[in-house]
Design a protein around this ligand. Structure first.
Ligand code: ADP
Length: 276
């Protein structure tokens, strides 16, 4: 994170690349993280001192960006504590490449080799449910969180649309039909709480009752209750795993007609809101 963060911080044009190279032998795994940027670069004199604590290569640049001059020193020490090495090649005006090399022995070699090769199974909606193409609206302002959540939802097997804030979510819901909404809470323009209250006040009963699952990093006691009190149907704490997301999707999507004996009332959002 420190190295990628620096690369982004000191690159105004061009690109930042992160590559992970790994090789296995019977004893363990060799990992090399390569972080390559086309930024301002670091002159040879500064390169010698840059891993010392409280050192910044260029006063003017770091004043603009803030920073403590501790990141690289800590990164190198952590890498060395893991028996690895952190190295740098850089040319001023061309860019920098940082490499973290680690050799991580397996806890139980060599059986763990076979074990690690087995693919883990991703939970997916049953083909029948997926065939009806459930539509999920993801309301989230952070582009990184958007990308991750969209990838996870697609993996699960639903159609995803993205709204960047509560106001966009409202107009998406008014103009289109969704089966389920994942709603971030803190967002610019209109937050998730207000958006949910407005959804619950819509005149169209189908739209008014859409299940809305809060996605929030707040894990404080009382947050869940607050989300439910403004009309949200359920609550998912960030960060969440694929399994947790799947469980939420499976809980709130319309019942697969082949599933026996779940009464409609039990599955209507209103009934379930009060259950939680
Ligand atoms: P800081 O928190 O100040 O960024 P670091 O130890 O992470 O501290 O970095 C120290 C200095 O090294 C930075 O202030 C910057 O001058 C230089 N530096 C680090 N990474 C890069 C990079 N990718 N390109 C150019 N300069 C860098």
């Amino acid at each position: 994170l420190n190295l990628v963060g620096n690369a982004i911080k000191f690159t105004e044009q061009g690109s930042v690349k992160l590559a992970l190279i790994n090789e296995r032998d019977t004893l363990g795994e060799r990992l090399e993280f390569v972080i390559e940027d086309t930024g301002i670069g670091i002159d040879p004199q500064a390169q010698r001192k840059i891993f010392d604590v409280f050192t910044q290569a260029d006063g003017s640049m770091s004043r603009r960006h803030g920073g403590s001059g501790l990141g690289l020193a800590i990164s190198r020490q952590l890498t060395e504590l893991m028996g690895g090495e952190l190295s740098l090649e850089s040319e001023p005006g061309i860019g920098s490449t940082f490499r973290v090399r680690l050799h991580l022995p397996f806890a139980e070699a060599p059986e763990s080799l076979n074990h690690a090769d087995q693919p883990t199974e991703t939970p997916r909606l049953s083909p029948k449910a997926a065939g009806t193409s459930p539509r999920v609206l993801l309301v989230e302002d952070n582009p990184v969180n958007q990308t991750v959540a969209v990838a996870m939802l697609e993996e699960i097997g639903v159609l995803v649309e993205v709204a960047n804030n509560g106001a966009e979510a409202l107009s998406a819901i008014e103009n289109s039909a969704f089966d389920l909404v994942f709603m971030d809470c803190q967002m610019p323009e209109m937050d998730g709480f207000e958006a949910t209250q407005r959804i619950r006040a819509l005149s169209d009963p189908d739209k008014r009752q859409i299940p809305v699952v809060a996605m929030t990093a707040n894990a404080l006691k009382g947050d869940r209750e607050y989300c439910l009190s403004v009309g949200m149907s359920d609550y998912l704490t960030k960060p969440f795993s694929l399994e947790q997301l799947y469980e939420m999707v499976a809980r709130w999507l319309p019942v697969d007609p082949s599933t026996p004996s779940q009464s409609t009332a039990e599955h209507s959002p209103d009934a379930a809101v009060s259950r939680h």
